[in-house]
Design a protein around this ligand. Sequence first.
Ligand SMILES: Nc1nc2c(ncn2[C@@H]2O[C@H](COP(=O)(O)OP(=O)(O)OP(=O)(O)O)[C@@H](O)[C@H]2O)c(=O)[nH]1
Length: 357
Amino acid sequence: MKVALIGVGQAGGKLAESLASHDLARSSVTGTLAVNTARADLQPLHIDTLLVGEAQVNGHGVGGDNELGARVMDADATEVMEALSGRVTSECDAILLVAGLGGGTGSGGAPVLARELSEVYDIPVYALGVLPGRNEGALYQKNAGRSLKTLAREADSVILVDNDAWRAAGESMDEGFAAVNDRIAQRVGLLLAAGEYEGRDVAAESVVDSSEVINTLREGSLAAIGYASAASSEDAAENLNAVTSVARNALLTGTSLPDATEASSALLVVAGDPDRISRKGVESARSWLGEETGTMQVRGGDMPLDSDRLAALVLLGGVERSPRVREFFERAGAAAEEVERADATESLVSDDLDGLL
Ligand SMILES: Nc1nc2c(ncn2[C@@H]2O[C@H](COP(=O)(O)OP(=O)(O)OP(=O)(O)O)[C@@H](O)[C@H]2O)c(=O)[nH]1
């Protein structure tokens, strides 16, 4: 599946860079651009960059103000769309926007770009949206809640990444981010590469293609992606359990949105040496996936790889009813009230107000 990749804000730029440089994804990406209001965040990136909002924030970022992030992107939309035009080629199956939803630039800017891109291009516009971890402050939760609500409307689907998904004890914030970014690049990289396979020697009908990814994502506005791998035997007949257990682990412990097990549609990609893939295992993993997620729409296919391991990639479409999503929106709603209360208190002690006496 060929995509043009656009990172918005700091997290978006870093994730776009990880993805564009991932071995599996490289040949699926037609062009990459990182857009940000902060010059310092663009400088370390090894992908093309575009600074926006210079007139308003002079290259210093929007400081977590996502309304300003949206306004800046709106004001510079023509420039951004021009910079993107050469990257969205006729080969593209979709456009992928990547952003952290808790900050200001990505949070406010990604929904604006999703709207602009949808108006201009006929191909789907997807977003990879990073939700703040539970221990990030109220402003991040509030920003992410408002951003996600808008992005879900403007984009064709938002693949959610929870920053708590793979948190390990004792890890610093940056180590945690790096781990999330690597895992996301691997999952999304495999998903993009799976729809692009052009090798021979395997039955074409069993290989997954990009229309299956698009049809899976069409079934709802929020999505999640999971992955797991395991050692396998040379003999496919001995790999029934290996296939079913990687599929289980991909869904139950490997997803970008923990506990997202209710979905409107699912896609199971089994990656590995075709001679090692147990067909019975694939059938039973697909029916298990349907039961577990409560959907009758389970698509499937293989991704031939030269490896002695087997891997499963699970894409879930329409996860909006999942407990994790509900919990996030409750948290974001409570955070919005908290931020409003804090603002009211601040205006009470503000120097801008004259006291009565
Ligand atoms: N997974 C991941 N999340 C990140 C990374 N960097 C920041 N975040 C998350 O992204 C959110 C903040 O967004 P940023 O991208 O830093 O902010 P921004 O969009 O550049 O906006 P401003 O800095 O306000 O201009 C927070 O929820 C962070 O936890 C990263 O490298 N990986």
